[in-house]
Design a protein around this ligand. Sequence first.
Ligand code: GAL
Length: 809
Amino acid sequence: MKKITLLQLRNKLVLIIFFLFAITNVMAQEKISLDEDWKFHFGHAANVEKDFDYSKTALLHKSNVFATTIVHPKFIDSTWQKINVPHDWLVELPFVKSEQVEMDSHGYKPVGGAYPETSIGWYRKHFSVDKSKSNKRFEMQFDGIYRNAEIWLNGFYVGTNFSGYVGNSYDVTDYINFEGDNVLVIRVDATQYEGWFYEGAGIYRHVWLHITDKIFIPEDGVFVYADVKDKKATVTVETMVQNNLLNQANATVYCYVTDRKGTVLAKTAIQKIKLDSRKGQTIKHQVAIKNPELWSLENPYLYRVVSVLQSENQIVHQNKTRFGIKTVKFDAKEGFFLNGKPLKIQGTNNHQDHAGIGSALPDYMQYYRIKLLKEMGCNAYRASHNAPTPELLEACDSLGMLVLDEQRLLNSSPEYIDQFTRILKRDRNHPSVFLWSIGNEEQNIQGNEYGKKIAQTLLAIQKDIDPTRTSTYAADMGNDFKGVNEVIPIRGFNYREYAVADYHKDHPNQPLLGTEMGSTVTTRGIYEKDETRAYVPDQDITHPWWASKAETWWKLAAENNYWLGGFIWTGFDYRGEPTPYKWPNINSHFGIMDVCGFPKNIYYYYKSWWTNEDVLHLSPHWNWPDKVGKPIDVWVNSNADEVELFLNEKSLGKKTMERNSHLQWNVLYEPGTLEAIAYKKGKKITAKIETTGQATNVVLTPDKTILMADGKDANVVNISITDEKGREVPTANNPIAFTISENAKIIGVGNGDPSSHEADTYKEGNWQRSAFNGKCQVIIQAGKNVGDVKLEAKSNGLKSGAVVLKLKK
Ligand code: GAL
């Protein structure tokens, strides 16, 4: 047995006693989800009566306004629709063909000033609070409401959050009713747009109620960062403490750091403080961690720091923050370094919506989408163009994905400074966040003095709130050193990859990042341009005038160290911005994956050069009955050294794979098997595609088979149409009907077809969706009872498919 010294034994005991003390003290604070049991009703942007007399009655001229108004607790909402949040009312509405400006960019769902009847949403939520909590402090946190949310509690006006993306919190202590019903009322006004893409509408992120003592650590009141030198991390924890009592109070604060299993690694000294009434104070502690596990993409190790606030010998608040220890360096000549190792940024831009569910994503979907991006070799996510959902950052922290966190509008007015400040404070503890973006493509100001001055103001705020990081700005400018570019620490290029080399020559000390790159437009499984159905070929061929093919930008980024790397526009297709077509297209074609997350062929180009996995992928498919004897361009995406192609066992020649490129053969089509045999450092790799038989089966593949029976967990079930031999039929577009047993529900369906106008949701049941080129997708949400859930998929003339999932506590 290993001998330990008395001193070591004493230290261990101290830690154990301290840890027991920490866990046996009941947490004085609560964070309660208010996601369930809301009531919803449309208001009206142009008809006062249909808007519950919103602008006819005085809702602001007295506190706790009259019993007849919609914001009063007594107002009767029993006939309103029952919903849970996250909720996106827009995704549930049908697509509307319209020439209205902005309708195409917002995905042809009826929202905005031209659709007053579907652009205002009223939400009401009833809850009760036990009398025993009457000496507590109450704060409501809204993570994201699209948009312009006016909030009342028990008839008291609480606040307005103008932003559709940056959440906000409100102290509501004085309005809580301990004797009966509390009613939260929110009017959401989505008549105005913030972006030029689908933005959803409604309370599409979580709502929380925080209950604390009146001496407390505010949400986002802890800032933790680490400095690493010689295998030692000095962790600084800044804990803000607030006293909302009407008298002065004494308190103590200390912190301890645990590893991810909860073992206490270090503890700070206890700091005594005197807090004036209604004042806050920030206490700075430092602890050292020897040989820290660094947060990396492969091992996203998360420590926890717990700030403990005590008053009158009681623990009144414990704030637990997950954090990571890492080093980053942006070098203008040598590129980006994570933990001292060079790392090319292999990023994707993404909006926040997903097939079937719009912008109201269950938390599980954040993990699902980040997992898909990671599998492709993507190592960085640009939250274009808005503050991401907190759970997206948690997914990136846990799975190992860097984040470029963005405040889009380059504006230094008090409103936008406030929004930027909220993002910085909310997100600065996330190890995944490696860089801030202060804006995107402000063509009117980015190259002039306005842009420069605004950027300087925002950069100063960023340095003040988060001195540990730096910022970029996504400029659609070439070799221009004016305006924002003169002052931005990291020059961002949206497209214009051809200008990067010259810019670097002229400004060799400014690191360069492709903030939006590539932008090949493709439709999954389509191989000919089709102007009627508005499809573009699924190869790295077509791009808008301002953009480039994948191979053009990636070769430059990969082969020049002075490129930090870049972010593709985009990882996933998204609703809105149909390009190059408009209606019938309702979503973009920019994605490396479609709106469901099904890979397009270009995915394999990136995967070839973004991962060390063996990639050998052939396209198109091999079902071309009308093309017998005619030439077909076969593309091979691979990271092998050489590839030989065979059609029905006849060699069509061997080719050497150029790095960061692809191979092509022109093949006279005959049905059968097209096979590739490749060699990578002497290792043989094979892949084939075959002409399939008729569609015969519907096959369901769930992402996971066990769900939490918590009413919140979700799952993606992908559907394939296959032939008798189980091969997916790449041209199958069969309509499919879905049923699900009790105790779970379907919340959305999609197929990745950018011209499909089929419904996303079927609130009355009768869920259905056609396959698009062999596939479609169902998203389900768990109920609260333990047991089995069966999802069945039926299509006329095909053998039905089913999957059974387990719900566990
Ligand atoms: C950029 C813009 C993106 C998107 C993209 C389409 O100019 O920043 O939001 O519109 O073009 O290519």
